[in-house]
Design a protein around this ligand. Sequence first.
Ligand code: ZN
Length: 484
Amino acid sequence: MAPTATSSLSRRQCCVGLAALLGGLAAQGCSTVSPQEERQIGGKEAQEVEKTVGLVRDRRLVEYISSIGARLERAAGRAAIAWQWSVADDPEMNAFALPGGWVYVTRGLLALSNREDELAGVLAHEMAHVLERHAVKRVGAATPLAVLFGVPSGILGMVSPSLGAIVGGAGRVVSGLALAPYSREQELAADRIGIALAARAGWDPAALGGLLGTLERAEALSGGGAKRSFFATHPSTPDRVAKIDAVVGSLSRAPVAPITGSRAAFLGRLDGLVIGNNAANGVFMGQLFLHPDFDLALAMPANWKTGNSPEAAGAIAPGESAVVLLHLVGDGNDPVAGAKADGLADAQLERIRRVQSSPLPAAALTARTRHGTYIALTWIAHRSRIFRVTGVCAGADWERYRPEFERTAASVRPLRSDEEARIVQSRLRIRPARAGESIGELLARGGATWTPAQAALVNGVAPERRLDRDWPAKVAISERYRSQ
Ligand SMILES: [Zn+2]
């Protein structure tokens, strides 16, 4: 049975359809994909990225990125492509593109850049992947991922492994097409074409090599291994930067002034950028999940591993034998009506019961699937929204986990003001240096969350370097969260 038909479920089914479509296209060879089909494929994936990763809505920042993009578009001279420039709300350092012209840079990568030329270099590199239709050519690699995430078996599709991706701390269920790796040949081609584009548009073509070096050091400093990092999807080669350096001298650079002419002007565009996880998606304080914008708190079971994404907050039991998830499923004030709108069939609606002991209006249903999996579903109405708490485990574990599922659903309540006051968010701020101080001394003036090694890397300076007076340094400052 499939007790629910949520928006996320229908997206996953759509994802499978897309994978099948792409698989078919790959078998035929990419020459059969028309620009219209590319646009259609990219558009569907772009919706997926927006839902699962999220976009940064700061209009000023997006306009700035788009203005860099517009210059690159003119240099590329492919008027038929409707380019779309976005900042992905992702703390990982990455950039990616979709067929048809959607280009994304993450806020993690933005925070790491120190010059407009670096940003232009990485955007041009992504453009090159689109221009060369690399994504359409790599669908063979993307298909298994999409199928993996698209298990079309109702709510079971949300259990491992996609669920593992949500609650495993790795982040979210990512778009298979957006984040499938390119081949090394495609990567080198995108470097070559991208730096030529950047130079034609007036930027320093060598800057991409510099940013790749910073990315490598940043991954080394963080211990590496991030699944969605730049090098996970854009494979590095030992000679990649050398290959860039070897050709930059031969490229002619248009005599155009950059949009931001100084370090201070460039960094000014990044001021306020969220660093690390976005508290707008909710935060965990121990096992307690707090969502400031929804005015909602939920206690996950003790000792379960927790994680959250823009789509869901979840926890997985030790041994991965059970999972509990919190989703926003719709609007309304009646949990039974909310369950119906969530896709519950009439026969199941007859079995739903209102929960009297819950602090908020709630209705619950338990169900057993054909595969012997048990599901505990609770719909909760709060502040004109309907939330669903879903517990899933094997039939043999039901008696053991059912109390945990019920306790978790019953724990949903409004935030307390002291909890709300404790929700903080790191943001990138620009701090002018005092004459002769090191980056460590600048941080020691207070409020900053990066270590001296991290701050030195992010700012592109040696830790021991004595800074000039008023030299603009990027710092991550922990601030009280405020709804946008
Ligand atoms: Zn690439």
